[in-house]
Design a protein around this ligand. Structure first.
Ligand SMILES: Nc1ncnc2c1ncn2[C@@H]1O[C@H](COP(=O)(O)OP(=O)(O)OP(=O)(O)O)[C@@H](O)[C@H]1O
Ligand SMILES: [Mg+2]
Length: 225
């Protein structure tokens, strides 16, 4: 069976506190799906990264340095997640190359970001491409892709399905003049498109959604393909 890559949004791990209850639930879910594939898990920065970056931004710190700090936050989150999983690497790889070698050794490979300019969603698509995954689960704090940011626009519509080009257009339109909060960045979407990677954007706290993706059932989230 082909491996699956999960882009585990930092937003569901690092909030005001570390969401250890969630991480334990996530770990149990992976354990219960033993008959399924290997998983590559790329963990985002969440509140931990945002706290550092927003404070330092006020002092005009170089963006490249801010990205490095964000990457360090993703690696702290990744190591935290790996501590709660079984059959997993305990040293966090810093490149997709190194992660892809670990896939041969462990059932799960957990990593964070890699280099400035690349979001963890982008790293996840690159890892998927590299290890031949056909499916990417984008686990985040909303339950799918909407016509507008559902946390800001009350009557935003949820999409069941988007083509790559529709998703890219939406991400481009919503990136203009907005903050960094988009459902997935354009680089990640373009890599998914070139590798024909099926992207499932789900509520990352809903374990049934992961199971449905693995079982090939229809999900409440959004499929981009
Ligand atoms: N069109 C949209 N559809 C869905 N969510 C959207 C949309 N536009 C913006 N968002 C926002 O994108 C956010 C998800 O991105 P965010 O980067 O905050 O979380 P994450 O990727 O899970 O975490 P991290 O970036 O820390 O890894 C949601 O909280 C949602 O409010
Ligand atoms: Mg994000």
């Amino acid at each position: 069976m082909k491996p699956i890559v999960i882009s585990l949004g930092g937003s569901i791990i690092s909030k005001e506190t570390l969401e250890l209850e969630f991480i334990q639930k996530f770990s149990r879910m992976l354990k219960n799906t033993e008959k399924f594939d290997k998983f590559g898990i790329v963990v985002g920065g969440g509140r931990l990264a945002r706290t550092y970056i927003s404070s330092l931004k006020e002092y005009n710190i170089n963006d490249n340095v801010l990205d490095e700090i964000g990457i360090n936050a993703t690696r702290m989150n990744a190591l935290t997640v790996s501590t709660f999983l079984e059959g997993v690497n305990s040293k966090i790889p810093t490149t997709v190359n190194d992660a892809s070698e670990l896939v041969a050794v462990y059932r799960h490979v957990v990593m964070g970001g890699t280099e400035p300019g690349h979001t963890t969603d982008t790293v996840a698509t690159l890892l998927a491409e590299r290890i031949g995954a056909r499916t990417l689960i984008n686990a985040t704090s909303v339950d799918g892709v909407y016509s507008d940011d559902p946390k800001k626009v009350k009557n935003a519509r949820k999409f069941d399905h988007l083509s790559y080009d529709e998703a890219i257009k939406l991400a481009v339109d919503k990136s203009i003049g907005a903050g960094p909060n988009v459902f997935m960045d354009i680089t990640a979407l373009n890599i998914a498109k070139r590798s024909k990677l099926k992207v499932c954007v789900i509520d990352g706290t809903n374990m049934e959604e992961y199971e449905k993706v693995m079982e090939g059932k229809s999900i409440s989230g959004t499929v981009i393909e």
